[in-house]
Ligand binder design. Structure first.
Ligand SMILES: Cc1cc2nc3c(=O)[nH]c(=O)nc-3n(C[C@H](O)[C@H](O)[C@H](O)COP(=O)(O)OP(=O)(O)OC[C@H]3O[C@@H](n4cnc5c(N)ncnc54)[C@H](O)[C@@H]3O)c2cc1C
Length: 304
């Protein structure tokens, strides 16, 4: 493999991009609060810096991964080889035009919902309690309480080493927690969403009701990546896990939440491997008990 000189890659990146970090702990960048180091992390502020990162990583043959706020990621202890592009707070912002809003990929979903309400635009209140970014949500087709972001997306702006591109809604292949981007190494830089006209106060009330429901039902007091598994057709993952007698079951510092069995939480001191071992054990016991194979919703990345 051509690549492996971290110092050379980070030096070249630093010459073109302001915020470049070497051997950055992924535990500081994921909601599970675990994970080894990324060789190099780049936190770009502009499309130009993103393009530089893509071209430089490619010229060194360095693998490039993209992330938002790391709220659906589980990084292994050995960490991530190559360059991690983090598109979050430094790459955020939105512009309203009629009932449409153009949103940069690092924008937190909560900020999008709040700002939309102040422009009397809504319909997306279900996104307000999801702790990720616009880019992560579009890639995963994030959703809750019967809504999915894909239903509001008009256009998605992308970059790759081949340049910039735009996909319309019909080309995005939105499905349950997936889109065409789940399988392709493309970077979302932004998207245009069409929202619904609404009463600002009603929208804020709906948001606060939904967030109240989350606080009541979900173990938000512990680090996690939200629902660990996708909802299997015709079932609820949490109910199947509970029926298998696994509520509260733990391996090391990882535990099936006592509050909501659909969440695996870090009770303190969990290693990524504790969490992975617990995921596998839950899959095994649920398969044995209900003949249903649970599919992780959480993305496991990094060197094994
Ligand atoms: C407490 C809690 C509750 C949650 N509740 C929900 C919920 O109700 N519904 C739901 O759907 N999810 C939920 N999640 C999971 C998570 O917040 C969402 O999947 C969110 O959309 C992930 O966004 P992110 O920015 O954190 O992405 P990350 O976790 O950083 O990345 C997730 C995936 O998206 C890709 N990605 C991220 N940004 C980009 C980009 N700019 N371009 C290309 N690919 C990109 C990454 O490569 C990765 O494959 C929850 C998580 C937590 C911790």
């Amino acid at each position: 493999m051509r690549y492996m000189n971290i110092n050379a890659v980070s030096k070249a990146l630093s010459e073109a991009i302001e915020d470049v970090r070497v051997r950055e702990s992924m535990a500081d960048h994921t909601s599970f609060k675990v994970g080894g180091d990324a060789d190099v992390m780049v936190v770009p502020k502009s499309n130009k810096e993103i393009m530089h990162a893509v071209i430089i990583a490619d010229s060194f043959g360095a693998p490039l991964s993209v992330m938002g706020k790391g709220t659906n990621l589980l990084v292994t202890s050995k960490g991530i080889r190559g360059v991690v592009l983090k598109l979050a707070d430094n790459f955020s912002g939105m512009v309203f035009d009629g009932d449409c809003v153009s949103v940069k990929s690092g924008t937190p979903l909560a900020a999008l919902v709040r700002e939309a309400a102040s422009h009397s635009l809504g319909g997306i209140e279900f996104l307000g309690g999801i702790p990720g970014t616009l880019g992560g949500a579009v890639t995963m087709n994030a959703g809750a309480y019967g809504g999915e972001i894909g239903g509001f997306v008009q256009e998605v702006y992308l970059v790759s080493k081949d340049g910039a591109a735009m996909l319309g809604h019909d080309e995005m292949g939105f499905g349950y927690r997936k889109s065409v981007l789940s399988e392709k190494p493309l970077i979302v830089t932004g998207a245009v969403l069409r929202l619904k006209k609404c009463d600002a106060e009603k929208s804020k009330k709906r948001l606060s009701e939904l967030n109240g429901k989350r606080r009541e039902k979900q173990p938000l007091e512990y680090p996690s990546a939200g629902s660990t598994f996708k909802r299997p057709e015709g079932h609820y993952a949490g109910a199947l896990i509970e029926q298998a007698g696994l509520k509260g079951f733990g391996i090391g510092g990882a535990q099936v939440s006592e509050k909501h069995a659909g969440f695996i939480v870090n009770r303190g001191g969990a290693t990524p491997e504790d969490i992975i071992a617990l995921i596998v054990e839950v899959q095994r016991r649920v398969l044995q008990n209900s003949s249903v194979m649970l599919e992780p919703e959480v993305k496991i990345i990094g060197e094994r």
